[in-house]
Design a protein around this ligand. Structure first.
Ligand code: F6R
Length: 250
């Protein structure tokens, strides 16, 4: 595992975008696993700029997103499909048919999960899987629980996640209670994982994920078993790693 400590959110975003861009340049038809939330927004902005400058193209790239709220239409301004369109896809030259996000409105969510798993498998899994990190240690919407859930599945969001995401909705009551999420299986099958994290409120989650025991109570801790993980964080998010003497690249 390589851990890059950056001074702030801007620098973290630049480093993350460079790693993603390098993947696209090296493998123009790569499969990118993508994430939503506030953390990747800066990296996506950098990727849009690089694409506009003509530094690299997404024409042959395929993408698979981690998750989607159950019950939200793609046009809902808090759906993850909408997030991806407005924060990345609408501004780069990726082909719409090559982008994939679970369908939050699927009549049969379990079947949608099984189909999504099969889709990701048929693409050969992600060459590079981008992840954010929940304050409770979740990756995708794999919430702390008694076992690691491998397949794409419907999950009940925990109160911690509902509270954390309430900032995007008019009220906490509007936050969907369930989501469809890629499971630990597809995430761990990615060739390389890039986890980005920012802010002091994530410092405990980072510490638990990479210095604590491997436990489904901290889903990100499974990444200790992946052989190609890059963590890019700002100083605040990595502060407890540094305090524990974990060596980081600057
Ligand atoms: C989003 C996702 C989540 C977020 C995590 C952090 O697709 O899968 O795991 O990455 O909740 O969210 P932010 O970046 O908003 O702190």
């Amino acid at each position: 595992m390589r851990i890059y400590q950056e001074a702030d959110y801007e620098a973290m975003s630049r480093r993350a975008a460079n790693i993603i861009a390098a993947e696209v340049i090296r493998r123009p038809d790569c499969v990118l696993g993508l994430a939503t939330g506030s953390t990747p927004v800066g990296a996506y902005k950098q990727l849009i700029e690089g694409n506009r400058r003509g530094d690299y193209s997404f024409r042959e790239v395929r993408s698979v997103n981690l998750d989607e709220y159950k019950g939200l239409a793609p046009t809902h301004d808090q759906s993850y499909r909408y997030f991806m369109q407005t924060n990345l896809f609408d501004h780069i030259d990726i082909k719409p048919e090559n982008t994939h996000v679970p369908d939050g409105l699927a009549a049969d969510p379990e079947a949608e999960c099984a189909n999504y798993d099969e889709l990701v498998r048929s693409l050969g899994y992600a060459d590079l899987q981008l992840l954010g990190l929940g304050r409770n240690g979740h990756i995708g919407f794999n919430e702390p629980c008694d076992c690691f859930v491998k397949p794409t599945h419907v999950v009940d969001l925990t109160q911690s996640t509902i509270d954390a995401n309430a900032r995007f909705f008019a009220t906490a009551d509007d936050v969907p209670r369930q989501a469809l999420t890629m499971g630990i299986g597809c995430i761990m099958a990615a060739r390389r994982v890039l986890l980005i994290v920012s802010g002091e409120d994530k410092a405990d989650a980072v510490y638990n994920a990479f210095c604590g025991p491997i436990t489904p109570q901290c889903p990100a801790s499974i990444l200790q078993l992946h052989n190609d993980v890059i963590v890019v964080g700002d100083k605040a998010a990595l502060s407890k790693l540094a305090a524990a003497g974990v060596s980081v690249c600057e």
